[in-house]
Design a protein around this ligand. Structure first.
Ligand SMILES: Nc1ncnc2c1ncn2[C@@H]1O[C@H](COP(=O)(O)OP(=O)(O)OP(=O)(O)O)[C@@H](O)[C@H]1O
Ligand SMILES: [Mg+2]
Length: 359
């Protein structure tokens, strides 16, 4: 049995150091996780190689000193390109024949996917709770609203078309309809979204959304740029729901650029290590990315954790439901939605969606 080959092929990063703390083993997963090659790592003192990853280094030093195993569930690794990856660390001593500790080995597991899923679950729970409350509320409000609307219609008819008081009944009706729409949207959040997924051409869908906002974009000197991957396979999605998602995202992007700017629509087959493949029950499914990028002011770090919360808004006339609804719909499609700072400035929102055929 070639144990070295087994260790080399493990998905977890395996790092071993000798009694002086010099790297004596560094598998492929360790290269990938830290962004440092075996050649670069081999023989180097770990503390110098990973100056910022104090906890891994410290745990190994403790193991070397005491001969005891150590573990840490919530540690991190800094990659060479300055990303922080959450990892769990377990160390173990390797004993020489005379019983002294001659080396220590650390196993590091990348837990970013798990952390991401935990965040998703928490977000989903908040939405579900808000949705349940909304349904209760909506039932109480919808009936009286229906009665008001009926009464307003009767009143309008009584007044006749020429009455100057018709302005008031018109206001009443429009506003009642507006409240109704808000309630409908809230109920959307609560009830399980019934999606009817069919193979969809994402580009045609994005073009339909672009057409909806074209006029407004032109009047505000906003250029819409397309960067579509021509070989993009069809996605599996519910057409109306997907339109709703991208309409919301594009509206947010336009609202983020009060005067002039560029709105970029991007599609590509995802190579993202976390969301590029998704298990939809019948094996791994390739995902595509649809991205809406704006050149607005961006989302302040303090707001980033809350933008998917229902009713979180920084806009005078916003409801704060757009992204909550998008999240809900994408989740029903087994996709993921990610919000990041845009390149340079602004915001980039990425939707990961499954392709129609498994691969
Ligand atoms: N592209 C963006 N650029 C900057 N901030 C954004 C962007 N998209 C969303 N946000 C922030 O997230 C908040 C929530 O967005 P969301 O779409 O859920 O609600 P809204 O746009 O405020 O209202 P609604 O969509 O219900 O009309 C916004 O108020 C804004 O602060
Ligand atoms: Mg919005």
């Amino acid at each position: 049995m070639n144990y070295e080959a087994v260790l080399a092929g493990l998905p977890d990063a395996v790092i071993a150091v000798d009694a002086e703390g010099r790297v004596v083993f560094w598998n492929a997963a360790a290269e990938q996780l830290t962004g440092r090659s075996l050649r670069r790592a081999s023989g180097r003192v770990l503390k110098e190689l990973l100056p910022r990853d104090v906890s891994v280094v410290r745990r190994l030093e403790e193991t070397l000193a005491t001969g005891e195993s150590r573990s840490e569930a919530e540690s991190t690794i800094e990659t060479t390109d300055n990303r922080t990856i959450p990892v769990s660390v377990v160390t173990a001593p390797l004993f020489a024949r005379d019983g002294t500790v001659e080396a220590a080995v650390a196993v590091l597991r990348d837990v970013s996917r798990i952390r991401q899923l935990e965040t998703e679950v928490r977000r989903g729970e908040t939405l579900a709770a808000a949705g349940r409350m909304a349904v209760g509320l909506a039932h109480e409000i919808k009936n009286p609203l229906g009665a008001i609307r009926g009464a307003v219609q009767l009143l309008a008819r009584e007044l006749g078309a020429s009455s100057p008081l018709r302005d008031y009944t018109d206001v009443l009706r429009t506003e009642v309809d507006r409240v109704n729409r808000i309630i409908e949207q809230l109920m959307d959040l609560a009830r399980p979204v019934e999606i009817r997924p069919v193979p969809l051409n994402l580009h045609q869908l994005l073009e339909r959304v672009a057409r909806l906002v074209e006029e407004e974009a032109r009047s505000r000197e906003i250029t819409i740029v397309r960067r579509y991957d021509p070989s993009l396979p069809p996605i599996l999605g519910d057409e109306d729901r997907m339109l709703q998602v991208f309409h919301n995202l594009v509206r947010n992007a336009l609202e983020a650029m009060p005067q002039s700017g560029t709105l970029t629509l991007v599609t590509r087959v995802s190579l993202n290590p976390l969301f590029g493949k998704m298990d939809l029950g019948a094996g791994q499914r390739t995902m595509v990315e649809a991205q809406v990028i704006d050149e607005g002011a961006g989302i302040p770090a303090t707001a980033r954790a809350r933008i998917f919360d229902p009713f979180f808004t920084t806009k005078a006339s916003g409801l704060g439901l757009g992204l909550a609804i998008c999240h809900r719909i994408i989740e029903e499609h087994r996709g993921t939605i990610q919000v990041e700072p845009g390149p340079g400035r602004g915001t980039a929102v990425t939707c990961f969606l499954p392709i129609a055929k498994s691969s």
